[in-house]
Design a protein around this ligand. Sequence first.
Ligand code: BG6
Length: 484
Amino acid sequence: LETGCLSIIVLGASGDLAKKKTFPALFNLYRQGFLQESEVHIFGYARTKISDDELRNRIRGYLVNDKTASLEHSESLSKFLQLIKYVSGSYDTDEGFQLLDKEISKHEVSKNSVEGSSRRLFYFALPPSVYPSVSRMIKKCCMNKSDLGGWTRIVVEKPFGKDLESAEHLSSQIGELFDEAQIYRIDHYLGKELVQNLLVLRFANRFFLPLWNRDNIDNVQIVFREDFGTEGRGGYFDEYGIIRDIIQNHLLQVLCLVAMEKPVSLKPEHIRDEKVKVLQSVLPIKDEEVVLGQYEGYRDDPTVPDNSNTPTFATVILRIHNERWEGVPFILKAGKALGSRKAEIRVQFKDVPGDIFKCKKQGRNEFVIRLQPSEAMYMKLTVKQPGLEMRTAQSELDLSYRQRYQGVTIPEAYERLILDTIRGDQQHFVRRDELKAAWEIFTPLLHRIDNGKMKPNSYQPGSRGPAEADELLSKAGYVQTHGY
Ligand code: BG6
């Protein structure tokens, strides 16, 4: 890591994202020695007028969990909280940001920072509507003052707009103020352990190299399920829906890593170049390859309109028009209020030609990467059932992280991504052209839904989602296998 004074400014410090994700991630980095007291200071900024201690008390409860409950950690917790200061101000006037700048500069002087080598990281835990004004204010009042060294970076969260046009507008507004190298667009799925493992799996294993194509793979599913509804976020969610909330970003990013060609090197630009090519090769989505759902009871939320058409579930098939993937459906599926919480990638292989065992009914080879919960990957394969008879059965080659890496703590996605931001590594962040290509894929479909031309089917909370989704899956060629 570079040295020098580091100021981390959490904008929207009293909001949900900051409390649940940003501050806990910062605390974990601090506990592991990545944020040094001698260098770092954390500032919370928001409109609410509260004291430093009030902010500390508000976030304290979110920092203590099973991992951090020990005495040793409670000491580091108090020390960590002392690093946090609070500044209140509005998001669109100079006053607050001038005050913030003064506080940051005071800290930089107190840490004897060499002039110019100070680093300023602004984390936007804010509603996107204020991104443009906050970016303007930072540019005007809070930039690292010298060009002798150091930097100013901003971290922005989705939703980056609502469709292609609004996203491009937002990108241009921010792009006029900051260089691409200063903008870190977070998609927290890119910080998940098994998502980060995808490139290694694909390009460091001889097994997969010859198999990973249309000749051998029948279909790919990328699935996200949650076993709870929109609970308390109905207002936000209803405006966006499951496609904007999960599929257009998290699942599409995973798709890129599953489908992309081998990058020239591991340089962030090389990797992102390949991801963009995948996105640009996706064909327009066909209505008949989409199933939408809305769970019963969703509209009972007082923040959701009675006639809401917003999908809380969607299955969408994407088709990649290139030499490797022509004809292979990529089935993206996401839903709230389903029977279980799970995110996984299922790569299903074609049947064995000239099968002499008649084992087709038992199912196909499938490679499953479970992102959460309990990270794992397993290969379903056909083996001889132990015993005197020559019978075949489905079994698994199984790598469960909990067993294989006992005692290893898997870092939280946000923790990793914030550390990447401090290190200046943009590999796991979304580049502007990538974002644009992602919106290009989904905007026509989203507009059809917004205009009421496509309606969600209703489904029972706690179920698998609408039955139509399973029908679509079988039509696309997916064969339900037994076992796991
Ligand atoms: C967020 C969505 O981006 O991801 C939420 O806005 C969703 O609706 C969450 O619950 C899921 O993240 P994870 O890491 O729990 O799978």
